[in-house]
Each structure stands twice: as C-alpha cells, then as structure tokens.
Design a protein around this ligand. Sequence first.
Ligand SMILES: [Zn+2]
Length: 119
Amino acid sequence: MKTPVVCPKCHEPLVNTDCKLRSGTIVWKKACKDKLDHGFLCVVKDEDNVVILTGMVLNRNTSLKVCWDFINNKIVVYKGEIIRFPFRGKDVLEIPWFEPNVDEYDKLIDKVRKLITFS
Ligand SMILES: [Zn+2]
C-alpha cells in the first residue's frame, strides 16, 4: 500500500504525529480522527516510508474498527483504541486477508462489513 497524504474519505490532509512502538521502532501516525462519520489511520515506518498498519472506523458509536496489519498480513476487527498493536484477546475478530484499496473507501468499508457478517 502507498503512503497516503490525504484522508481517503474526506480528502483532507492527514495529521502526522510520531510515536514509539513497544519494540522501540519510531513510526509516524497519519490520521484523520476528528470527523463524525469516519476515521482513518495509517502507521508508517519513517526510514523506508513503508505502511505497516492502516485502520478505519467502522462504527463510531460502538467504537468498532478494522485494521490491516501489513507485517503479519492480518485483518482484525475490534473495539477500542485505533492503535493497540499487536492485536490479541477475545474481542478481536480476524477476517480473511486482502489488500485494501483505500482509494475506494466506501466500497472497502462495505466489503469489511460483509466479511464480518459471514465470520
Ligand atoms: Zn477524513
């Protein structure tokens, strides 16, 4: 996945913050998080500009989110904080892997919702 510059949903610039993972790696979080109808996060390893994680809000009310973990090729659906890595626990649902096409944001969210229904 290419590192996005703007939010794939509202096309506003993503807010960059750096953060340190438990492994000690410094990463950049690129987020659109103040919107009522959506939320987007991308975590990028700074030195090589590789996307390691991308997350989207599926339901703001229930805090349901989906996250692509590009390190382990896993897609997980969970409730709670958008970054809580690695993903574990009984409240985490894994769905079959596919590459996200974030340029078609709404289609992508629909696809995830369908996969959850059949999981
Ligand atoms: Zn946005």
